[in-house]
Design a protein around this ligand. Structure first.
Ligand SMILES: [Zn+2]
Ligand SMILES: [Zn+2]
Length: 67
């Protein structure tokens, strides 16, 4: 289990947490949109291309808060 991260809003929290029986990795699960790194060290939008691609973001796409 990863450590507890303070998320800026419920949407960020919802889309950052892997809660899936089918997939072991966030990068495999199409329901997870955000990789919040170790302890929220960075935030990336996951690109589900079968690998571990992502685009680093500095602001929350939902509430606009700086991350
Ligand atoms: Zn937010
Ligand atoms: Zn899944």
């Amino acid at each position: 289990m990863s450590k507890k991260i303070e998320y800026c809003c419920d949407s960020m929290k919802y889309f950052s947490i892997l809660n899936c029986d089918l997939h072991k990795s966030k990068y495999d699960c199409p329901d997870v949109l955000i990789d919040s790194g170790e302890n929220g060290a960075f935030y990336r939008i996951i690109i589900h291309d079968g690998g571990t691609s992502g685009i680093e973001i500095n602001f929350c796409p939902w509430c606009g808060k700086k991350l």
